[in-house]
Design a protein around this ligand. Structure first.
Ligand code: SAH
Length: 406
């Protein structure tokens, strides 16, 4: 059967040549052939000239995701193997930079940014967790799992394709073992010599926020050498399973107060903190809404030496940016009020729709309302195992500011 071709409107050709990996439905003028969803199609200009090759989905507004711009490159087993190998090999190098301990958890494949649109592969110890975010990847799943099993020999491959964006692809959520054995309820990982328990079945994303690894290390280093470290109190808001807490406790601060709305996350935080040999008190784990808890602390005149704000994604699309901005401003305003002079705010946004520029403006507005002064001491971003393809600015989503507050 010959390959179908999607003919692109003349004014959309430039974007394809610039190697942006998405072709929206409006860019497709017509189709020669009758591709099934998930099939590989050639992308051509009006004159029939080859531009690229990608996978087709008539159910998604992103009609084609591009895989190759080389006409002679077929999208066969070799192709997928080559792309996986390239992504995995570079992690081997990156993960040994600045790392302590025997790190065994990282993102191996970061979708579009690794030339594999729609595919996420994370490693947790001997297990791999994959997310097939698109129909084109779901169609290749068996082959990709085979290749990963052959290349990495994991104890098992577990699928966590239970993400909302699959709806836009016309796909139901799917989870479960795809290869090897059932994973244990909790997998212990080593991150920079810290130990964490990860629930790959029920945890957020694929189980852990690997993208914050470097930022956790920066927080962990902050109070080293501070002669008053043992008096420092840190507020870890949106703590999830205690990632930042384990690092902060490692710099021998007095206390880290973790706030999260999920009792399960806090339970796991408690266990991971204990696993690293730190003592905690019951009131170091506060189940509640950060917006409310921060207000209560303000009313109680509580003060902190460092506040970490790592909220979930507030803006899921550009339409939600304004509302998200109000949310970011509110928590940052409260955090500014709760910091002692000289204290540190570590504040994040993982909303791709909120640019780093806009985020800084929101934090500035919060500062003004709080009547404080502050300086940025570090700009923070996603870890290098979550690279951003220069051809795909959408790949940049995590941004943060570390500020000293007066
Ligand atoms: N900093 C964490 C990741 C945070 S993810 C790490 O390094 O691992 C965001 C967390 O915010 C989730 O655990 C979620 O349960 C929690 N959350 C979401 N909305 C919340 C709210 N309004 N109040 C408190 N916690 C909330």
């Amino acid at each position: 059967m010959s390959e179908a071709s999607a003919i692109i409107h003349a004014k959309r050709v430039k974007a394809v040549l610039r190697r942006h990996p998405w072709i929206f439905s409006g860019a497709v003028a017509r189709v020669n052939g009758d591709p099934a969803d998930g099939d590989i199609v050639a992308v051509r200009d009006e004159a029939g000239k080859f531009l690229a090759r990608g996978y087709w989905n008539s159910r998604s507004s992103i009609r084609i995701r591009l895989l190759s711009w080389d006409e002679s490159e077929e999208i066969d087993r070799n192709f997928w193997q080559g792309r996986l190998q390239r992504a995995i090999d570079v992690r081997h190098v990156e993960n040994h930079i600045h790392q302590q301990g025997t790190p065994n958890a990282c993102r191996l494949v970061n979708a579009e940014n690794d030339g594999l649109p729609g595919l996420v592969v994370d490693r947790y110890g001997d297990w791999l967790v994959i997310q097939a975010l698109t129909l084109g990847i779901a169609a290749q799943k068996a082959r990709l799992v085979d290749l990963l099993a052959e290349m990495l020999n994991p104890a098992g491959v577990y699928e966590r394709s239970d993400v909302d964006i699959r709806q836009k692809e016309g796909l139901p959520p799917e989870t479960g073992v795809l290869h090897g054995s059932e994973p244990p309820d909790l997998i212990e990982i080593d991150e920079n010599g810290r130990r964490f328990l990860v629930d790959i079945r029920q945890g957020h994303k694929t189980g852990f926020y690997l993208d914050q690894r470097e930022n956790r290390a920066i927080v962990g280093d902050w109070f080293r050498g501070d002669e008053h470290a043992s008096e420092r109190v840190v507020l870890n808001a949106f703590s999830y399973t205690g990632g930042f807490a384990v690092y902060a406790l490692g710099s021998l601060v007095k206390r880290v107060v973790n706030v999260d709305s999920s009792a399960d996350a806090l339970q796991l935080a408690r266990r991971s903190i204990a696993l690293n040999g730190f003592d905690t008190a019951d009131d170091d784990f506060v189940e509640g809404d950060v917006f409310q808890v921060l207000r209560t602390y303000r009313d109680m005149d509580r003060q902190f030496d460092m506040i970490i704000l790592d909220p979930p994604k507030f803006a899921h699309s550009s339409q939600q940016v304004e509302q998200a901005a109000r949310g970011y401003k509110d928590i940052n305003w409260l955090a500014f009020r709760l910091l002692r002079p000289g204290g540190i705010l570590v504040t994040f946004s993982c909303s791709g729709a909120v640019s780093a520029d806009l985020f800084q403006k929101i934090v500035f507005a919060a500062l003004m309302d709080a009547g404080r002064d502050a300086q940025i001491i570090r700009r923070l971003a996603q870890a290098p195992d979550h690279p951003i393809a220069l051809t795909f600015p959408e790949g940049s989503y995590l941004k943060g500011l570390m500020c000293r507050v007066w």
